[in-house]
Design a protein around this ligand. Structure first.
Ligand SMILES: [Ca+2]
Length: 324
């Protein structure tokens, strides 16, 4: 079976793009030919092949959790495009799929997420299937914060003691995610700099109860049916943020890249940040600091420093060290 369509492609800017198939595949694979500005990628005899098992950032859309509705994306090729309009034609050589479209992804914004430390909610990964934020394109008062406009990012200020204004009750300014809805999710790719068992916490303001679970490297901590529940209790207003530790959960992390997905089972929250931290360090000791040492130093709040911070406990190369 064959289908084809011609699409005018307004490039948002010149540059290099990864060209992805965005698709749900019921058979083992789908085959297609993509022609951009009269250059064909794939032929009838040797088409582009997208295997169901190779789809990334999968999500279920359209009802049942079956292959017909398990959408995901797969990079097919790279292309360099000049500014302006381009013409694209897509020809599906085999059926057995729900075809969402062709996605052009440019180099993502890099927020250099590292743990131990904070992961700001607004530093989510952009790209097909990496987040769902219902009505996110239209909501949020701080769209200029980043290039991706699909999630409701807001900036709130304390406004000189006006407790009716949104933001931290005791702070000046906060950049946060708002307009949350049940079923939303976000992905964060981060670099773990100290291997160990980690504790997770979420910093939110809630009106009512916020329910969530997370997935790290395809392992669920909590679930849709058994989520973690947090509630700012008597405060029950958008101005008060609190950090809640995930109880009784240790997350083993190796050094290097990891992927976390934060699932909102129930919205009812504004999100400031998440934190991943570890106590897997040795005892406190006095040390002589080697000026040539280039490793990072972490204070207990998870903030990285390129030099030790005096008068407090630092975490350095996996050791807990009090620096006089
Ligand atoms: Ca924030």
């Amino acid at each position: 079976m064959c289908t084809s369509s011609a699409i005018l492609l307004p490039a948002t800017g010149a540059g290099k793009f990864d060209v992805l198939a965005a698709i749900a595949i019921n058979d083992e694979s789908t085959k297609m030919i993509v022609t951009i500005d009269d250059v064909a990628y794939g032929t009838k005899e040797d088409p582009l092949v997208i295997c169901r098992d190779e789809l990334e950032n999968k999500f279920v859309s359209g009802g049942e959790d079956i292959d017909w509705y398990r959408f995901g994306s797969k990079k097919m090729f790279e292309i360099e495009l000049a500014q302006g309009e381009h013409t694209m034609k897509v020809e599906l050589v085999s059926a057995g799929c729900n075809f969402d479209g062709i996605v052009f992804e440019s180099e993502p914004e890099d927020f250099n997420l590292t743990v131990p430390g904070k992961i700001e909610g607004e530093h989510y990964d952009s790209g097909y299937g990496k987040y769902l934020w219902k009505d996110g394109k239209t909501n949020g008062n701080y769209k200029q914060y980043r290039l991706d406009k699909g999630v409701a990012i807001s900036r709130s200020t304390h406004n000189g003691g006006d407790t009716s204004s949104p933001g931290y009750e005791n702070g000046d300014e906060i950049i946060h995610l708002g307009n949350s809805q049940s079923g939303n999710y976000l992905t964060y790719t981060f670099d773990c700099q100290i291997a160990g068992n980690y504790t997770f916490s979420t910093c939110v303001s809630t009106v009512g109860t916020h329910k969530y679970y997370i997935t790290i490297d395809d392992v669920d901590y909590g679930s849709k049916d058994k989520p973690f529940e947090v509630n700012t209790q008597e405060d029950n207003k958008w101005q008060v943020y609190k950090e809640f530790e995930m109880p009784d959960v240790q997350i083993p992390l190796t050094e290097g890249k990891h992927k976390m997905v934060y699932h909102l089972v129930t919205g009812s929250c504004n999100i400031d940040y998440f934190r991943l931290f570890t106590d897997d360090v040795t005892g406190i000791e006095d040390i002589v600091v080697d000026a040539e040492d280039e490793g990072l130093w972490y204070t207990i709040d998870g903030i990285a420093h390129d030099k030790p911070v005096k008068g407090t406990v630092n975490i350095h190369n996996g050791k807990r060290i009090f620096v006089k």
